[in-house]
Design a protein around this ligand. Structure first.
Ligand SMILES: Nc1ncnc2c1ncn2[C@@H]1O[C@H](COP(=O)(O)OP(=O)(O)O)[C@@H](O)[C@H]1O
Ligand SMILES: [Mg+2]
Length: 250
């Protein structure tokens, strides 16, 4: 089983979109996948077609086999769950006291049940990022191809280094570009500079900006299912395939 976390310095880059769609792409290749929504925004439930009234999730039930939901899209998931403000403060305090809470929760899942566990996180240096990096084997830093994103890379990579220092199972971190405009010299320049600075850390697949992506979310389904042949879906399937190859190579 490989644990992969999607992280970023900035919000709105596409972590949640990529987490759920890469999960669907892995599942299309016969992999058994669990998505864990470690973001209090609790948004994976929209991507994965869950009843909007449902309040259950890891913040209430913990990470265990009983907290797992089946999505209609071939992947299973544990939503964050819905908490009141006061409950959230208390939950985050617990996480700070137990920085391996997520790691231990995953370790207690049915050991033969999943090939991949994908963890979605909120942006920035949060207690959730720390939890995810303590548990992960691989981290995908999601970036937009613009100057502001470029400026956040060094900081997020430093955070990965800090939080994986004692994680002996951690393999590698990677940078993946999302929402690449079709014809933009600037974004291609950013990609080129990233490759110059970070070499093979930059994933060979970038995902185009594609109107199918927000449309799919409006219909509460993954774009890979909503519009499987659009450019974003094809790139995300290629990203899932790259992940399978990387996992088999390590
Ligand atoms: N490749 C893409 N093309 C077009 N829109 C995208 C793409 N990826 C993400 N988006 C849109 O960007 C917004 C933020 O995406 P989201 O996955 O929620 O980001 P994050 O989880 O990093 O905050 C959403 O409205 C989503 O539909
Ligand atoms: Mg998100």
């Amino acid at each position: 089983m490989e644990i992969v976390t999607f992280i970023s310095g900035k919000g709105g880059v596409g972590k949640s979109t990529l987490t759920c769609n890469v999960a669907v792409g892995l599942s299309a290749r016969g992999k058994r996948v669990l998505v864990i929504d470690l973001d209090p925004q609790n948004i994976q439930r929209l991507h994965l077609g869950m009843d909007p009234e449902e309040i259950a999730g890891l913040a209430r039930e913990g990470i265990n086999d009983d907290a797992v939901f089946d999505s209609p899209f071939g992947v299973r998931f544990i939503p964050f769950g819905r908490l009141q403000d006061g409950e959230l403060v208390e939950f985050e305090q617990q996480l700070r006291l137990h920085p391996d809470w997520v790691k231990n929760g995953i370790a207690n899942l049915d050991p033969g049940a999943y090939d991949f566990v994908l963890i979605d996180t909120p942006p920035g240096a949060t207690t959730y990022l720390q939890q995810a990096l303590h548990a992960a084997h691989r981290a995908l830093v999601v970036l937009l191809a613009d100057a502001a994103s470029f400026a956040t890379v060094a900081r997020i990579l430093a955070l990965v280094a800090t939080h994986t220092r004692n994680n002996e199972a951690f393999i590698e971190q990677h940078i993946v570009l999302n929402q690449m405009p079709l014809r933009s010299k600037l974004s291609h320049q950013v990609r080129k500079s990233l490759i110059e600075h970070y070499g093979s850390m930059v994933v060979p697949v970038s995902v185009r900006r594609d109107p199918g992506v927000p449309q799919a979310l409006a219909f509460e389904r993954p774009v890979l299912q909503y519009e499987p042949t659009c450019p974003a879906s094809q790139a995300i399937q290629a990203l899932a395939d790259w992940l399978i190859d990387s996992s088999e190579a390590s």
